[in-house]
Each structure stands twice: as structure tokens, then as C-alpha cells.
Design a binder for this molecule. Structure first.
Ligand code: HEM
Ligand code: SF4
Length: 614
């Protein structure tokens, strides 16, 4: 069942999420820290909730910018471009939770960066720390052919309910919420503290909207698939239930033991029935107080309508695009992403791109176009170009997606070739979205204090190897490969069909970078399946390992079998395929084995105190 498209309920442009007074307070608190009126710990706890983290390099910050539901209009894209260009390295990273991260931001640049973002309606409040984090939603919401209904307005309502909510930035630990409307769970609701899957029911001759709710999922130290809390929560009760769960977590969560204080630990400690009883008790209170209400009819939320065909700006020409990219390339510190403009790609390139990166929308005649960013990196100029291309060919907005993708929606099918030509010129025409070449990577040891290994160089080598050796067959097959630089799993490697987790081994007294290879992960109808350890492979051999496993999948999958379930079923075969790559004897080791892909010096893992629990 799919909700009808009714132009009279068209979604209005989004209201701002920002509040300048918060930035005033931020600046004042930074001043107090600089004058030593508050200590480093107090400043840290304050700033991380507002998205400003420390990074591996002292004296500068990682800034996490919240993009609720990944929905980002042209004005927001331009603000991100401006901030990345002026205050960071002219590029940033699209994260697995629809945020945008910049690194090497100086403390004195935080204020102008936050103010520029606020001008475009963007806030960083709740982007980090012990807060209700970015509320994520399926990037195809509103245009997916098989969704029950568009979850975006509901997810936005939850975002606004908890933005500046008295409890939401003062929780025992971070709290993550996700919404999915499609049959396939694109956002892994089951690993969230609260996961909502859209459901429709018939009642009294009409269709009622609601959600199947899971609670207390998570990855990292205790991989847990969320437990069903409600089979069908009427949409009208959405905010009340979320409020009740937050109150229970706020009141009962562990504030002492930072390693074990996500909601999943509380549920485990209390037992699910006792936890549910607490939620029900709180829910009764919330309802008695006069429950928070959605700002629209719960069964008839605003819907997206096609963008007007008239009055759209001309897109930039290929020559302009190439010139603009050359004028402002990404820069260091660290190795900037390679931007490779392709002028006038051949028809085969368009066909390959259409096969893997373009899908028909529910609305006849329109396409959703996936731009796959290598390792989630996108430059300031590319962001500006995406803004212009979304205005010229789409609805003037994009959705950031959890696999480091940017989705342009509402592209008239006939305009896909023109759009592709410009994307290719912008270095954004990569095909193979979602394939083994399209590796999802966390930021890794280039910038992250907790990292054991660098991830970006490795991801690039895997990408190259899969393209060279396996070609179109692999690029056309969905095979999620995720790489994290440590067990925390910020790339969601526990959920990859192939998940790579950075670690180290000793050989002849020296450190060799290696990866734990997990296989069989994924989020499905029955919840999350977490990858199982299939081997420990030196970093230099990982591209070959991924090639072997991808080839195994292509050769032996059953009709319609997804990669995750295939690898789960074929675990022993996978172990056998990896085994020859695992062993590394000192006499066989080459100097390269001691150097990480993407590095020039010998590997010497050095983790620092992180701020993830702050
Ligand atoms: C012990 C510390 C940390 C833990 C346990 C941790 C855990 C996680 C987990 C499990 C996820 C992915 C699952 C999900 O999407 O919910 C995640 C997301 C992420 N983490 Fe971490 N993390 C830690 C520290 C850090 C640090 C220090 C950084 C970088 C400075 C970082 C960067 C990210 C990024 C980029 C994401 C993507 C999600 C987002 O945008 O919110 N994490 N983290
Ligand atoms: S997985 Fe580890 S290395 Fe990667 S960003 Fe998270 S904490 Fe850092």
C-alpha cells in the first residue's frame, strides 16, 4: 500500500534548526575556557554536545554538522561548501549517520563556522556527546516505490521535539534514532536505540499509519539487534513513546560506567519486561500530562510533489565545472581526496552509471540518482556543484545517505544523461554504488584519536582492485564493504557483508597493520545480523582478500541471494579462501607489509584518549 500523492499537502521548505543564541553561549563558554574560568573537562563536555570534538592533531577540532534525515537543500549545501572551503581542508566527510564532518578547524574559526551554518538553518546542537543524536531516515523516503509512506515528516518532528529538549543533551550516553519506510532497511533501524519502521493498518474502513518499533540496539562493544517494543505504534503516539523512552533512559541509565551505559546495557541489566514496564509507566504519565502532538494529521503528513519544470537555472557547463574544480582543489594536512574530472564520458559509461546508480522513483518519469563519494569525501567545489545541479535537474535538495552517498531526487528521467555528464565532469560520476568497490570508511587514523589503522588508503586500494580485476560483474552486485580503524565501528563494519576492523600484529618485534575480516552482516526484516570473524589478514593483502570474497559471491550465490546471507551461509568457505592470506612469516615479509596503505612511514599504532563517551 502506498499513500497517494496529493499536491494540496505539499511539504513546505524546512524551517531553521539553528538558534543564534546558542552560538553566543558557545562563544562565551569558549572564552571562559580560554580565560581558565572552566577546566578542560567542562569545556570538552560542553563542546562535544555541540559537535566540536578534539582530533588526533592537537590544537584543532573535528566539527560534526547535523543534517536531520540527511535532507540538505541547495542553501545548506552552499553553507557546507563555504565552511569547508574557509575553515577546513576544502573537503569534508559524509558520515554513516547523515552528518557532515570537517577536520582541522581551529578554535577561533568555530564561531564563524557555526554562524555561517546557522544562516542556512543548520545546527550542530546534539551532533555529539551524550545527546539525542541526528535522527536518520531512509534517503529514498518520499520517492521509494515500495515504501509504506514517507517517514521524513515524522522523523523531522522527532528531531524538533528533542532539539533543545531539557533532557536531550543531558543523557547518560548518546541516543540514536532511525526511521525507515521501505521494505528494505536502508538505515539499519535495528542497531539504533529507537528504530521505527513504517507500517499501515486497516481500521474501521480506513488506513491508519504507524510504526513497528525496536529498542536498544547498537554495535561496538556489545553488538545487539534492537528488541521489538511495539508491533504497531499508531503514528499519533510517536512523540509520546519517544519521550517516555528518553525519560526512562535519563532516569535509569548508568552515569558512572562510561563503557557500559548505552541503552542496550540498561535493558540487559533490568531485563526487557522490567524495562518495558518502566516505559509503559512513563508513557501513561506523558499521555496524562497532555501528550506532545505531531504538527500535522498523523495519517496524512505533508507529501513531496514534483518540482516545477519552469524557472529552473541552467546547469554549469562541463568546461566551467572543470575550471572551478581546478581553481580550488582540496588541500592538506593529510592526503586530500583525488578528484578526477571526466570530460564527455562515452555512452558505455552512462549505461554503467544508470545500471548501478539510478533508480526509478515511485512518481512516474522521475529518477533518484546516487552519487557515490569515495570514502564519503566531498570537496567544497563539489558541494557547490551539487547545489547547482540539484536546482537545475532535481528538486533543489539532496539526501545524504549512510553509505557515504548523496542522492539527487526528482530528476526527470530524460535529464539523467545531461546530469551524468556534469557529475562526471565534477569527478562525481563513479558507477558501482553499493558494490564491493564502493567501500564505506570511517575517518580512521588520519584524524581519529582512537584509531589503530588508517582506513582511507586501504579503501582506495580495495576500490581499485575490485574495478580492475572483477569489473562490471562486481560493480553491478550489491556487496557492502565497510572499514573501521578500530572496534568502535563508526563505519558500521559489523553490518557489512564484509566488515574490516583495523588492528595490529607483531612480527619480528615490529608492528604489522592487519584487519579482522568479518562476514555476513546486514540489516534485514528480522533485525540486524552482525558479521562473524572469518580471518585476520595483513593490511596489504586486504584488497586481494576482498577480491577473493567478491569473486566467491559472484560465482556461488543463489538466485536473488544477498551478499550478507551468502557469506553467513558460506562462512567455512570464506575462512578457507582467507586462510592462505593470513599467514605472514618474517622471511616472506616485504618492507611494504610494515607500512599502511596511504602512509609512507612504518606502522606504529598509537591510540589516544578519545571523546566518544564525553
Ligand atoms: C569509544 C569511542 C567511540 C565509540 C564507542 C563509537 C561508536 C560508534 C558507533 C557504534 C558508530 C556507528 C553506529 C551508528 O551509526 O550508530 C559511530 C558512528 C560514528 N563515529 Fe564513533 N565512536 C567512538 C568515537 C568516535 C570518534 C572519536 C570519532 C571521530 C572523531 C567518531 C566518528 C564517528 C563517525 C564519523 C560516525 C558516523 C556516525 C555519525 O555521523 O554520527 N567516533 N560511532
Ligand atoms: S571506528 Fe575507531 S577509528 Fe574509526 S572513527 Fe570510530 S573510533 Fe575512530
Amino acid at each position: 500500500m502506498t499513500a497517494p500523492t496529493d499536491p494540496s499537502r505539499a511539504a513546505p521548505p524546512r524551517a531553521t534548526f539553528a538558534d543564534e543564541r546558542e552560538i553566543d553561549a558557545f562563544v562565551e563558554t569558549l572564552g571562559r575556557f580560554e580565560r581558565r574560568e572552566i577546566d578542560a573537562e567542562a569545556w570538552r563536555a560542553y563542546r562535544v554536545v555541540r559537535g566540536a570534538y578534539s582530533q588526533r592533531q592537537d590544537g584543532c577540532h573535528m566539527l560534526r554538522i547535523k543534517l536531520p534525515q540527511g535532507a540538505t537543500g541547495a542553501a545548506q549545501l552552499r553553507a557546507l561548501a563555504d565552511v569547508a572551503g574557509r575553515f577546513s581542508r576544502r573537503y569534508g566527510h559524509v558520515t554513516t549517520r547523515q552528518n557532515f564532518q570537517l577536520h582541522f578547524v581551529r578554535p577561533s574559526d568555530l564561531e564563524p563556522a557555526l554562524r555561517r551554518l546557522a544562516e542556512a538553518g543548520i545546527t550542530t546542537s546534539g551532533a555529539g556527546g551524550n545527546a539525542v543524536r541526528n535522527v536518520v531516515a531512509c534517503p529514498l523516503a518520499g520517492v521509494s516505490p515500495d515504501e509504506a509512506f514517507d517517514v521524513t515528516p515524522y522523523a523531522e518532528a522527532v528531531t524538533r521535539h528533542f532539539l533543545r529538549h531539557p533532557l536531550a543533551n543531558a543523557l547518560p550516553r548518546k541516543f540514536k534514532i532511525a526511521f525507515e519506510g521501505c521494505a528494505r532497511d536502508h538505515v539499519a533501524t535495528a542497531i539504533h536505540d529507537l528504530g521505527f519502521r513504517a507500517r499501515l493498518r486497516s481500521a474501521g474502513g480506513r488506513t491508519v499509519r504507524g510504526f513497528a518499533v525496536t529498542v536498544a540496539g547498537g554495535t561496538a562493544s556489545l553488538c545487539t539487534s534492537g528488541t521489538p517494543l511495539a508491533e504497531f505504534l499508531p503514528a499519533a503516539d510517536l512523540l509520546a513513546l519517544a519521550e517516555a523512552v528518553i525519560r526512562v533512559f535519563h532516569a535509569r541509565g548508568d552515569r558512572v560506567n562510561k563503557q557500559r551505559n548505552r541503552l542496550k546495557f540498561l535493558v540487559r541489566e533490568l531485563g526487557f519486561d522490567a524495562f518495558r514496564a518502566l516505559v509503559e509507566e512513563q508513557l501513561a504519565k506523558v499521555l496524562a500530562e497532555g501528550p506532545p502532538r505531531l504538527p500535522f494529521d498523523p495519517d496524512a503528513a505533508p507529501v513531496e510533489v514534483p518540482p516545477a519544470p519552469q524557472g529552473r537555472p541552467e546547469p554549469p557547463t562541463v568546461a566551467e565545472i572543470v575550471a572551478r574544480l581546478a581553481a580550488a582543489p582540496p588541500r592538506g594536512p593529510g592526503e586530500p581526496p583525488a578528484v578526477v574530472p571526466v570530460r564527455h564520458p562515452p555512452p558505455e559509461a552512462l549505461a554503467a552509471f544508470v545500471a548501478t546508480n539510478v533508480r526509478a522513483q515511485r512518481q512516474a518519469g522521475f529518477s533518484a540518482v546516487t552519487v557515490s563519494l569515495p570514502q564519503g569525501d566531498v570537496t567544497a567545489v563539489q558541494l557547490e556543484l551539487l547545489a547547482e545541479l540539484s536546482l537545475a535537474h532535481g528538486d533543489g535538495a539532496v539526501r545524504f545517505a549512510s553509505d557515504g552517498h548523496v542522492v539527487l531526487r526528482w530528476v526527470p528521467a530524460g535529464e539523467v544523461p545531461a546530469l551524468f555528464e556534469r557529475l562526471a565532469a565534477a569527478g562525481l560520476g563513479r558507477d558501482g554504488a553499493g558494490s564491493a568497490a564502493d567501500v564505506v570508511a570511517c575517518p580512521g587514523a588520519d584524524v581519529c584519536r582512537l584509531a589503530v589503522t588508517r582506513t582511507r588508503g586501504l579503501a582506495r586500494l580495495v576500490d581499485e582492485r575490485v574495478r580492475e580485476r572483477l569489473g562490471a560483474a562486481a560493480l553491478g552486485a550489491a556487496l557492502p564493504v565497510h572499514v573501521s580503524g578500530c572496534p568502535n565501528g563508526c563505519s558500521q563494519h559489523h553490518l557489512g557483508a564484509i566488515g574490516l576492523q583495523g588492528s595490529a600484529r607483531k612480527l619480528g618485534g615490529r608492528a604489522v597493520p592487519q584487519y579482522f575480516v568479518l562476514v555476513g552482516g546486514g540489516a534485514g526484516e528480522g533485525g540486524a545480523a552482525f558479521g562473524k570473524l572469518a580471518g585476520k589478514v595483513p593490511a596489504r593483502r586486504i584488497p586481494e582478500a576482498v577480491e577473493r570474497l567478491a569473486a566467491l559471491y559472484l560465482a556461488e550465490r543463489r538466485e536473488g541471494e544477498a551478499a550478507g546471507p551468502f557469506f553467513a551461509r558460506a562462512l567455512e568457505r570464506v575462512k578457507a579462501a582467507l586462510h592462505p592470506l593470513e599467514q605472514l612469516r618474517l622471511e616472506d615479509a616485504s618492507p611494504e607489509d610494515f607500512v599502511e596503505p596511504g602512509a609512507s612511514e612504518d606502522f606504529s599504532p598509537e591510540t589516544q584518549a578519545g571523546e566518544c563517551a564525553a
